[in-house]
Design a protein around this ligand. Structure first.
Ligand code: PEP
Ligand code: MG
Length: 756
């Protein structure tokens, strides 16, 4: 059963658009469960009705015609209750509604399951049978599982905007739905999707319309012939080496290459308007699913041979065609995963945005996008990559959201936002040389977060008070080995020097979790709770000492270094680091290097550190709160998982309470306390942080002036009053609303971003 389920889902995922996907569902579910009817009804929110979108068994003419109000019929009842309905005699039910055009009077038993995607009802999956009987538990379980699994595939098809020509109007509001990922690089881009795919990754090949059908067929047949030749050669080479029985496998291979579903099937699809590679992907997926479904494990294994054949043909096609797509201006690069080199292939003046289905804000491509100032959204798990080529897209790198083929209203809204953003930026410019001082005279430290040379260059003239967090991971991530002491010294000096005497906080290596090193693979079931940050460096003193020595050497003559330790979860980690730092000092002094010992701070970004804030504040020289990780660990919400992105909110009262406790502890010990997570750059959240009494805020350069404006507009008393009110609220959305109102009343309405 699991096999059937997988193969249906695979086929649906490979379908061309929503209508095609639904047809596959109806046919495959009916066939595999041996029922007389399988139908899919989808919600049309515009008309508040269910529409029969596909059927196997009912009159095909009724597709698109049969419509039920939400409170009508058995389908309506399944939707209302959001649960399964299993009836032996459907007509006897008071909610039964008869549609003469379907011819369904013959079918007595009825089983309906809601299709729900992230709490949203998409439609109802129905099976029916002539015979009067209750569907058994196994059948019910299968249909429920099917409906729950299909919801993602249906949402995919809708999101790709291919509903035209179907029963739903093309303005179907699901098409206008945004897809959620996580922010990769801030900013908004409007452009046209271009799909990046790895050579020979058959399932990542997008559909693409073709003009010259004849030439495309030629390309395909010559690639096919080439692979046949290749297989014959392989067979000859092994003729003496393997027994004749096994050698027959090659004949099987050749037969597959000659099978009609591959040859004719692909040519048919090319004639239907898809390019050779896309048509090949479709044929292979369908072919694979047939084998995947077979009971015989030997035959089932053949599916992998077919995939192999597909890859071989694809490789030849790519050799013949190259990737000759013209790259227009306003290109949004889209892919399952995009490598830094794929991004680099697009001329930067034509690259408008980047969107990936996998990855996080720490993926190389996101880091590069930030360096290039290009909006990026990562981890859009529902991204229908194969169907996006050439589609209009909006990339909202602030909110971590994309819109595919957005409606007029969404476009208009984003154009307005872009206009307002640039007006706002121009309006804020005069603040650059002003100090970040509240009307009541409190001077807030405003610092920049950096990690790349481009950030440092941007920060130099930004009017910041220094660097509040320099992430040192990047030089480690882009090399093929750990960088040496001299290399590191050079990098750190480039950060320290331009800011001296302003302070620069260098954070020690924070790899592991979502920041893996290619040359130091760590396989863990639960990397976020695993070997990361200070845990890893303390376990490898040879790596840690090199970094500490490099930092101290770079500081020699600058004197503005402050050292920050990530992921501290126990007091001993601070003590052990101090001991290593002391050793590094002794070694360097023995070598004749003058050492200026830096202050050592700890990041509070793990719940245990909040509860130990008092002790940490006593021992450390300063505290820096990593609100990104702290939010993730306190709320048990993966910061890189788009599925739970709605639950990730720094304004959650539990996070605010933890922050307040930490700040209070630092203040009691008279230690500076800075927030360096993304929250510090959020104008609304900055009000609360001011109210808590933080001494500094460290953020990406692009947020500095906005937050400066907030600091210059709110007194400490006003801010702490808002904080008290916030702490009495349960709902983060309510807190945000209150803060937005406060911004608006202070004349800072321009800082309120839509969607946040
Ligand atoms: C944080 O966790 O808030 C933080 C600043 O560190 P990073 O985002 O690098 O994990
Ligand atoms: Mg962190």
């Amino acid at each position: 059963m699991l096999q059937t389920l997988h193969s249906i889902i695979q086929e649906v995922n490979a379908a061309r658009g929503l209508d095609h996907a639904l047809k596959i569902i109806a046919k495959r579910v009916a066939d595999s469960t041996h029922v007389d009817v399988c139908s899919v009804y989808l919600v049309d929110p515009d008309s508040q009705e269910y529409v029969l979108m596909a059927t196997r068994g009912l009159n095909p003419e009724s597709v698109g015609r049969v419509r039920l109000r939400f409170d009508e019929g058995l389908v309506g009842l399944v939707g209302e209750r959001k649960e399964v309905l299993n009836l032996e005699d459907a007509e006897a039910h008071p909610r039964f509604r008869y549609f003469p055009e379907t011819g369904e009077e013959r079918f007595h038993s009825f089983l309906g399951a809601p299709i729900i995607h992230f709490r949203r009802l998409l439609g109802v999956l129905v099976v029916q049978q002539t015979e009067r009987r209750r569907f058994d538990e196994e059948e019910v379980a299968f249909i429920v599982t099917m409906a729950s699994q299909l919801s993602g595939a249906i949402a995919h098809s809708e999101a790709s905007g291919d509903a035209q020509g179907g029963a739903l109007p093309s303005s179907h509001s699901l098409r206008r739905r945004a897809l959620t990922g996580v922010p990769g690089s801030p900013g908004v881009a409007m452009g046209t999707a271009m799909v990046a795919y790895s050579p020979a990754d058959l399932y990542a090949v997008p559909d693409r319309p073709v003009k010259d059908v004849g030439r495309e067929i030629e390309l395909f047949t010559s690639a096919l012939e080439g692979v046949k030749e290749e297989v014959r050669e392989l067979a000859d080479r092994l003729a003496d080496a393997v027994p004749s029985d096994e050698h027959r496998l090659f004949e099987v291979y050749l037969r597959m290459l000659e099978s009609e579903s591959l040859t004719e099937g692909t040519i048919e699809r090319i004639r239907g308007g898809n390019w050779a590679s896309g048509a090949l992907r479709e044929s292979i997926s369908q072919y694979v699913s047939v084998f995947d479904e077979m009971e015989d494990p030997y035959l089932r294994e053949r599916a992998s041979d077919i995939r192999d054949i597909g890859r071989r043909i694809l490789m030849r096609l790519q050799l013949d065609t190259g990737d000759s797509r013209a790259i227009p201006e306003g290109t949004v690069l889209v892919g399952e995963e995009i490598s830094a080199s794929q991004l680099a292939e697009i001329p930067t003046d034509r690259l408008a945005g980047v969107v990936t289905a996998r990855g996080s804000g720490n993926s190389h491509v996101a880091i590069l996008a930030r360096a290039l100032n290009i909006p990026a959204v990562m981890g859009v798990s529902e991204l229908p990559v194969g169907r996006l080529e050439g589609k209009e897209m909006i990339v909202d790198g602030y909110a971590g959201r994309i819109h595919v083929e957005p409606g007029q209203d969404v476009r208009k809204e984003y154009r307005r936002l872009l206009r307002e953003d640039s007006e706002l930026a121009a309006g804020l410019e005069p603040l650059r040389d002003e100090v970040a001082q509240t009307p009541c005279g409190f001077r807030m430290g405003l610092y920049a977060n950096t990690g790349l040379m481009s950030d440092i260059n941007a920060s130099i003239g930004s009017g910041c008070d220094g660097i509040g967090l320099h992430r040192t991971e990047f030089p480690f991530m882009v090399r093929e080995r750990f960088p040496g002491e001299d290399e590191q010294t050079l990098v750190y000096r480039q950060v320290l020097e331009p800011f001296a005497p302003r302070p620069v906080v260098l954070r020690t290596l924070d790899v592991g979790g979502d920041k893996p090193l290619p040359y130091f693979p760590v396989r863990e079931e639960n990397p976020f709770l695993g070997w990361r940050g200070i845990r890893l460096t303390l376990d490898h003193p040879e790596i840690f000492l090199t970094q500490l020595r490099a930092m101290l050497r770079a500081n020699s003559g600058c004197g503005n270094l402050r050292l920050l330790l990530p992921m501290v979860s126990r007091m001993s980690e601070l003590d052990e680091t101090r001991a290593l730092l002391e050793r590094a000092r002794e070694e360097l002094e023995e070598e004749g290097v003058a050492v200026d010992m830096p202050e050592v701070g700890v990041m509070v970004e793990v719940p245990s550190a909040v509860y130990q804030a008092e002790r940490l504040a006593e021992s450390a020289d300063f505290i820096s709160i990593g609100s990104n990780d702290l939010t993730q660990y306190l709320l048990a919400v993966d910061r890189n998982n788009a599925r739970v992105a709605d639950l990730y909110d720094e304004l959650h009262p539990a996070v605010l309470e933890a922050l307040r406790q930490t700040v209070d502890a630092a203040c009691r010990h008279d230690k500076s306390v800075t927030v360096c997570g993304a929250m510090a750059g959020d104008p609304a959240a900055a009000i609360l942080l001011l109210g808590m009494g933080v001494t500094g805020l460290s953020m990406s350069v692009s947020s500095l002036l906005k937050v400066k404006w907030v600091i210059r507009s709110f007194s400490c008393d006003d801010a702490s009053e808002l904080l008290e009110r916030a702490l009495l609220m349960d709902d983060p959305a309510e807190i945000r609303k209150m803060l937005n109102q406060a911004l608006d009343q202070a004349g800072l309405g321009g800082l309120i971003r839509a969607g946040k």
